[in-house]
Design a protein around this ligand. Structure first.
Ligand code: C5P
Length: 285
């Protein structure tokens, strides 16, 4: 069984002050994008659950959320057969695109199906949240507002914009480091006020772009002035707002049609020598 595991962008990300548990409450609009890993599930005669990856350097043990997700389901389905999971990695790591979280959510779903186990939705959501703050969103594709530390999900229509341009600089942004910088800069939005100003998915692309905010841009750009400069250069080259996804380093902007996003990718690659790809926005795997 071969399944696709899409990436996400945070179209909108407002972050509150640090909570006593060390996490930050947030209000974020997540939307899936058509940049996908694939996971192939096949029988493993050894009886164990193992994984491999086509990209060298990707851990294939408990450090990988796929194995942790498989262990969580394995505990609920005693006597299940062995399984090998082959990951084809296309989503860059440390890029704010949620690749590992997407893989984990897909593994939870796939193993429940393959091993014919059932779980109440709320229990599945809890398991996903234990794996990581972004994992529950991937059980509710393609578009949702996520609250709490990310685990409280409300579905929302995807934007009318059909395409996203992803700009992928070769910079890894570890999420905990960006949140630490956020705290050091004493940042933190008043999320009650934010609730009254959520962007409307029916806005035309130009209007939507003008109201998108990511509160993690300031700390990420304080950590990497190279990323801050690249954002400014992208905005000049494309003549439109460019935002960061999650804790970075991926930058993005939106277009009505995929063809426009493809020509914008050409502009970024030719003028700024930075990898850029055009993808459909709001995809279902
Ligand atoms: O939940 P996840 O493992 O993705 O979080 C990684 C790190 O990001 C956390 O350890 C924490 O430092 C930070 N984080 C946060 N608030 C959130 C989500 C993540 O502070 N809502």
């Amino acid at each position: 069984m071969l399944l696709r595991s899409p990436a996400k962008v945070n179209l909108y990300l407002r972050v509150g002050p640090r909570r006593p548990d060390g996490f930050h409450s947030l209000v974020s609009w997540f939307c899936s994008v058509g940049l996908e890993d694939t996971l192939e599930f096949s029988p493993n005669p050894s009886g164990a659950v193992t994984m491999s990856c086509d990209l060298p350097g990707v851990p294939c043990d408990e450090r990988n959320l796929i194995i942790r997700a498989a262990q969580a389901i394995s505990d609920l389905c005693p006597g299940h057969p062995g399984l090998h999971i082959r990951l084809q990695k296309r989503i860059p790591m440390g890029g704010g695109l949620g690749g590992g979280s997407s893989n984990a959510a897909l593994t939870l779903r796939a193993l429940l199906m393959l091993w014919r186990c059932s779980l109440p939705v709320s229990r599945l959501n809890d398991l996903a949240a234990q794996l990581g703050s972004d994992v529950p969103f991937f059980l509710h594709l393609p578009s949702a507002i996520c609250r709490g530390r990310g685990e409280q999900i409300t579905r929302i229509a995807p934007p009318v914009s059909k395409a996203v341009l992803l700009i992928l600089p070769p910079i890894e942004m570890p999420t905990p480091m960006v949140y630490r910088q956020f705290d050091q800069m004493c940042l933190g939005a008043d999320l009650e006020t934010v609730e009254h100003a959520l962007p409307d998915p029916s806005l035309p692309t130009a209007d939507l772009l003008s109201v998108l905010v990511n509160d993690l841009e300031a700390p990420a750009f304080a950590i990497s002035s190279q990323l801050a400069d690249l954002r400014t250069q992208c905005q000049h080259a494309l003549g439109r707002p460019v935002r960061m996804s999650g804790s970075g380093s991926t930058l993005f902007t939106l277009y009505d049609e995929i063809e426009q996003a493809h020509s914008a990718a050409g502009v970024i690659e030719n003028q700024l020598r930075t990898k850029a790809i055009a993808c459909p926005l709001g995809v279902l795997p």
